[in-house]
Design a protein around this ligand. Structure first.
Ligand SMILES: [Zn+2]
Length: 458
């Protein structure tokens, strides 16, 4: 190979949203990948360096040209998935949260102590999410250490970028005896053990790990103060991401106020758990002060609109969070939400924002009906699902910029059985993008790429 010969060159039209304010249409661009899976150049037509690079790739058999009707978009980033809840997706959502947790969720999560069960479920989960276009997932695992390592193996085998947390929960009053850490000490030891073993996994290369560990207190009510304090110290000592649930419901907000005299954000900050690599699931009931604190610390919110419609009974104040500059992205919250598709989560976020803006009671006059907070646009919604998620995780993903990892989907207009279709002479590139965001489904996803490698093809 000649010097600087690319590992791969893809030529085609891409859509991406590096900021929530604008769509960039990269028509007939050349995307040059280096050997590590990063984008090294993004070249428009007519760029003087382009002919030589394309020719070198062609000679080396490393040139890929997208077909007509194929569009490149960044891979989707799901900021909130409970991996062990995969078998109960779509089930029992009419039950109140307490029943849903105690009767369904905790007994199911406890079953992962059986490695064969964990292997079968996690293999299926990771393959399915990749096929739906989710190239990065922030996963809650379960309490036991081993099944979380099995989940990491599945991510490495299928090539999905993932951040995984061993769930820590030790509070004897809120967690069942059959499914909890039996003390803060054992929870901390288990977390430490999990982080070390995940980082040592042979397939998880040291300089560019595909799977990262996350310090994961389930939420404040299920953890003792001792455990929360210890996890904050551990996140700092071991230089880890943090995830937990935050201000999800009236009950939960009340519980934390009563026990700690503070909001979730304030309490998490006191425990050292609010960092620039913290992702707070839901955050539905955050106050203006909480948003200011999140912004100051660089902590992000994972908005999960499907789950919120069942368990939060309110809509996350997305516009307010975005205006304050708080990092935000989206989650399916499998299985508090009923769809595994992040495209679905994005569409529900859009609809929830419109319902909040419009209001829902037709008996009220129009001007009194809604919050009046401007709803999400299609472009903002896609930004949340891609670049917003990447920013929330502090990872170079979610857009086609030089130096970013190449995580991408090829979405095909007109695929058999798909409603994502375009018509000659009737759609501008911007309109094709809108159609893609609002109508693309599994059958429209022709290829899934993670870290510069094709992981799935239709
Ligand atoms: Zn959750």
């Amino acid at each position: 190979m000649i010097k600087d010969s690319p590992a791969l060159v893809l030529i085609g039209t891409a859509f991406h949203t590096p900021t929530p304010a604008a769509l960039e249409v990269l028509e007939d661009h050349a995307f040059v990948l280096d050997g590590s899976g990063a984008l090294s150049r993004v070249l428009p037509p007519g760029h003087p360096d382009r002919p030589a690079l394309v020719e070198a790739a062609r000679v080396a058999g490393r040139l890929k040209e997208l077909g007509t009707g194929d569009y490149l978009v960044p891979g989707l980033v799901d900021l909130h998935v409970h991996a062990p809840q995969w078998p109960q997706l779509g089930k029992a959502l009419d039950a109140p949260l307490e029943v849903w947790l105690q009767k369904y969720t905790f007994p199911l999560e406890a079953r992962y102590a059986d490695p064969d069960f964990a292997r079968a479920v996690y293999d299926d989960l990771v393959a399915t999410l990749l096929a739906l276009g989710t190239t990065t997932v922030l996963y809650f695992g379960s309490v036991d250490v081993e099944p979380n390592l099995i989940l990491a193996e599945a991510c490495l085998r299928h090539g999905q970028r993932a951040l995984i947390g061993k769930v820590a929960m030790d509070h004897p009053e809120t967690c069942p005896d059959f499914y909890r850490d039996h003390s803060a000490e054992t929870a901390l030891a288990g977390t430490r053990d999990f982080i070390a073993r995940l980082r040592e996994m042979a397939a998880n290369t040291k300089d560019n790990p595909l799977v990262l560990p996350v310090v994961t207190p389930r939420f404040i009510p299920s953890c003792t103060d001792e455990l929360l304090h210890g996890l904050g110290a551990l996140a700092e000592e071991l230089d880890c991401h943090v995830q937990t649930h935050c201000s999800e419901s009236d009950w939960e907000v009340g519980h934390v106020h009563e026990r700690l005299g503070a909001s979730d954000c304030e309490a998490l900050d006191r425990f050292g758990l609010l960092t620039d690599r913290t992702v707070l699931a839901h955050s539905t009931f955050v106050t203006d002060g909480d948003l200011t604190l999140m912004k100051a610390k660089g902590a992000a919110a994972a908005h999960c609109p499907m789950s919120n419609a069942y368990f939060a009974n309110a809509v996350f104040p997305m516009r307010k969070a975005m205006e304050k500059g708080v990092e935000v992205g989206l989650g399916t919250d499998i299985s508090g939400g009923f769809s595994a598709s992040l495209f679905d989560a994005a569409r529900h976020a859009l609809m929830a924002s419109r319902d909040a803006y419009n209001g829902t009671d037709p008996a009220l006059p129009q001007e009194e009906r809604g919050t009046g907070e401007k709803p999400l646009s299609t472009i903002e919604t896609f930004w949340l699902a891609t670049a917003g998620g990447g920013k929330a995780l502090s990872l170079p993903i979610g857009q086609f910029a030089e130096g970013y990892r190449f995580d991408a989907l090829i979405v095909r207009a007109g695929a058999p059985g798909s409603a994502f279709r375009t018509w000659p002479g009737s759609d501008t590139p911007g309109e094709i993008f809108e159609k893609l965001v609002l109508t693309a489904d599994r059958t429209a996803i022709a290829e899934v790429w993670v870290d510069g490698r094709r992981r799935l093809a239709a």
